[in-house]
Design a protein around this ligand. Structure first.
Ligand code: 9MR
Ligand code: 9MR
Length: 568
């Protein structure tokens, strides 16, 4: 038993009353892979105390502090207090203790707690490769046979054209499985692939030095790029000869929970449309710019991407408003979007940067710029604009800056005022990815402005995902003391290994759907409404578009931690 730090306990009547209604088991919430030594450290406390202390493994009290709060978070219905001990910087094993109680929790301060998570988050994409065996040398116990060769994919009625009538056989192997299911969706692949490329673009030296132990490791490219190319090359196969892009490659219905090699349903490409084609154009245009730096290792690829982008863009100009309509015989993910102005903006900016075509300035005034998600991509256009000052007229560039920083500063204000130190004020399917994407935006702002308020807030987002949240889960599989074991992931659910495939971010709490696990009770409070159950696709699935911002954010924090070390 560790030493208790006796500082006296002040308990307000209000606090006792509310605590009685709080059935959360975790009363001290810490990032479960450790705090970053050189950066801010905020733990959250849900226990009646007014101070805290930090004790070393050999029983020395090295820090005493006052708790800030309590403050109420309506999203989780709990009263919480903040414990800020940023001043404690020495790496090591510690105990976080509350005086006058027996509450304490072990934790670490570490130079780089997020480096392993960053690597694992990319490796998760490797584990989700379609048409590809996971070999023991790279996958260890998670080895598996290849599934879904996708060399015989049928043109669905909704995708039929004169040159490719219904039933035409196409080849479209590779790419990542979207999520817990085995289908591949262009809209979602677009933002994901872009975000992976963005991580490389913002932290090139960092990612060049990471060894992910994938089959391509050891070639002359960063492993992150190798992994991303696996999907980019698949995306290229989804373009029709007229430039339009299929929405998805899918079975008619979701396949059961069996391993990829045991799933044999027929696969189809479905309806070309403007949203998919714009996302494709934007991603290919961006990729072309990045791949230009690798023309020796990847001869011709940047040019292929450029041509694909231009062809898709031209198709969109001829077909400006074709929305995706899920055909009646298809029941897999829809990724349908009724408003594609943000897709027009994103693709418009990318095409400006690639070809010098007109900047989509009228949309800059009209659109709402939000945290990026598969259906809301306008802010991706802003990020690309920020990175390409030379290619955008100064007046427009300044406006992009204003819109971007206004939004990110709003996020910072929200986090400053919030009981839990994050910016989230809406709870969607995949809420954890919204936290990760907010962290991404803050790190983009930090890269340009060098103001540590962005870095500190992004780290709080990262720490939320790693355990400093109302559920007490570290939401990344394979990390932390309390971590998802039963993700809605067909491979993890059928590989007979008790651990889930590591490195995946669980979708996280929300109240969008309650029918997925009819027999399981779930909180009505959105920030608590999460269950680690296989049936819970609405809270416990994994998805490539959720892992990509985790790659960006964990890598960004790990990179920042490394820079702190080298200047120490
Ligand atoms: O497994 C599917 C998951 O990947 C999707 O995100 C989710 C929502 O579209 O649907 C899941 O499939 C379920 C289906 O919708 C209803 N029957 C049970 C399926 C889960 O096993
Ligand atoms: O992330 C998607 C979410 O925004 C939607 O509300 C939900 C229902 O349509 O679908 C989610 O995406 C799923 C996709 O449709 C199928 N593969 C699994 C994705 C993650 O659950």
């Amino acid at each position: 038993m560790k030493k208790l730090c006796i500082l006296g306990v002040l308990i307000t009547g209000l606090f006792i009353q509310t605590m009685a209604g709080n059935d959360q088991e975790d009363r001290i919430l810490l990032p479960q892979n450790g705090f970053v030594a050189g950066l801010n450290k905020i733990a959250m406390v849900r226990a009646p105390a007014d101070s805290f202390c930090i004790i070393t493994a050999d029983n020395n009290i090295v820090f005493r502090g006052k708790l800030q709060g309590p403050a109420f978070w309506s999203y989780s219905g709990d009263w919480v207090q903040k414990a800020d001990f940023s001043a404690l910087k020495a790496p090591g094993e510690y105990y976080f203790a509350l005086p006058g109680t027996k509450e304490q929790r072990r934790f670490r301060i570490h130079d780089d707690p997020y480096g392993d998570i960053a690597n694992a988050a990319v490796k998760a994409f490797y584990y989700n490769r379609c048409s590809y065996p996971i070999l023991p040398a790279y996958g260890g116990v998670f080895q598996r046979e290849a599934g879904h060769p996708d060399r015989e994919v049928y043109v669905h009625q909704s995708a039929a054209s004169e040159k490719r009538p219904e039933g035409t056989v196409l080849s479209s192997p590779g790419g990542w499985y979207d999520a817990g299911d085995y289908n591949k969706y262009i809209v979602n692949s677009g933002i994901t692939t872009y975000t992976m490329l963005l991580a490389l673009e913002y932290f090139p030296t960092y990612w060049k030095s990471r060894n992910l132990a994938i089959p391509e490791s050891g070639n002359n490219l960063p492993d992150l790029l190798d992994e991303t190319l696996f999907n980019l090359r698949w995306m290229l196969t989804m373009q029709d000869s007229d430039g339009g892009v299929y929405h998805k490659l899918t079975t008619l219905n979701f396949e059961p929970f069996v391993m990829p090699a045991d799933a044999h349903d027929k696969r189809y490409v479905i309806q070309k449309n403007t949203a998919a084609s714009l996302d494709f154009a934007a991603t290919m245009a961006h990729a072309s710019g990045i791949l230009a730096d690798f023309s020796t290792e990847l001869p011709g690829l940047a040019d292929s991407c450029r041509k694909a982008a231009v062809a898709a863009w031209n198709w969109c100009k001829k077909n400006p408003g074709i929305l995706y309509r899920q055909p009646p015989d298809i029941s897999t993910g829809a990724y349908g979007d009724g408003d594609i102005r943000d897709e027009w903006f994103w693709a418009g900016v990318e095409m400006t940067v690639l070809t010098g075509s007109a900047f989509p300035d009228s949309l800059l005034n009209k659109l709402q710029f939000q945290t990026p998600s598969w259906g809301s991509v306008a802010t991706l256009g802003l990020i690309t604009a920020l990175t390409n000052s030379g290619k955008i007229k100064p007046e427009l560039y300044t406006r992009c800056q204003t819109v971007f920083y206004t939004y990110v500063d709003q996020l910072i204000n929200l986090a400053d005022k919030s009981a839990w130190p994050v910016s989230l004020d809406y709870w969607a399917w995949g809420s954890n990815s919204d936290i990760a994407n907010q962290g991404l935006l803050k790190m983009v702002a930090y890269a340009f402005r060098n103001d540590v308020k962005y870095l500190h807030s992004a780290l709080n987002d990262m720490n939320y995902l790693a355990g400093v949240n109302p559920t007490g889960y570290c939401f990344i599989t394979g990390f932390g003391e309390k971590s998802p074991m039963n993700i809605h992931h067909r491979v993890s659910g059928s590989d007979k290994i008790s651990d889930p495939v590591p490195g995946f971010l669980a979708g996280g709490p929300n109240t969008v759907v309650f029918s997925d696990c009819p027999d399981i009770r779930r909180s009505l409070l959105p920030a608590l409404s999460y269950v680690d159950e296989l049936c819970s696709y609405s809270t416990n699935e994994i998805a490539i578009n959720w892992n990509a911002p985790l790659v960006f954010l964990a890598g960004a924090i790990s990179c920042a931690a490394g820079q702190l070390q080298s200047t120490k």
